[in-house]
Design a protein around this ligand. Structure first.
Ligand SMILES: [Zn+2]
Length: 173
């Protein structure tokens, strides 16, 4: 006897988040080596942490407003209107420290859209979403309207390989 086909459904949410930031790409061979900025868009996809299709009594994985509050809250505090600088880019770090007021964030990796997506997926999301019972499955970082980099979780979550950083803000006004 034939087994009837199973319906396999994975539920997820996608929330768009926007922020502005400056960066430069250390050792870039062309114009991205100059200080410049982007109006970034982040699409974060969230699933139930247990990997199930569990929803609450209302039928939600989690309320959209909580994703916004946690992730956009982190982005506003640490990356929005900040310069993202690779820790090996000592020349950029020396420069940004001299500017007052200043806000910058030292990245463990060169701040490409790929590395920013990876940082948000592996380091930021686990920290800010943990107690909501959800985890980020995918993060897309849009650097322009045409181009984005995507980081996707494959396999079981592991502890972040780098600690969660925070913005340095010097503002005596
Ligand atoms: Zn750029």
């Amino acid at each position: 006897m034939l087994t009837p086909p199973q319906v396999v459904t994975q539920l997820s949410l996608i929330r768009q988040l926007r922020f502005c930031a400056g960066h430069r790409l250390h050792r870039h061979e062309s114009k991205c080596a100059f200080f410049h900025g982007h109006n970034y868009r982040v699409d974060v996809e969230v699933v139930a942490a247990a990997g199930s299709n569990e929803v609450d009594a209302v039928g939600r994985i989690v309320d959209f407003s909580l994703i916004k509050q946690r992730l956009l809250g982190w982005l506003d505090a640490h990356w929005d209107h900040a310069f993202l600088i690779f820790e090996d880019d000592t020349n950029a770090l020396e420069s940004i420290c001299r500017v007052v007021p200043t806000k910058y964030f030292v990245m463990p990796w060169n701040p490409t859209a790929e590395n920013m997506a990876r940082y948000l997926l592996e380091v930021v999301a686990p920290g800010v979403l943990a107690d909501l019972g959800v985890m980020a499955r995918q993060v897309a970082v849009w650097e322009t309207e045409e181009s984005c980099a995507v980081a996707t979780r494959v396999g079981d979550p592991v502890s972040p390989t780098v600690p969660l950083g925070s913005a340095v803000i010097v503002d005596n006004r």
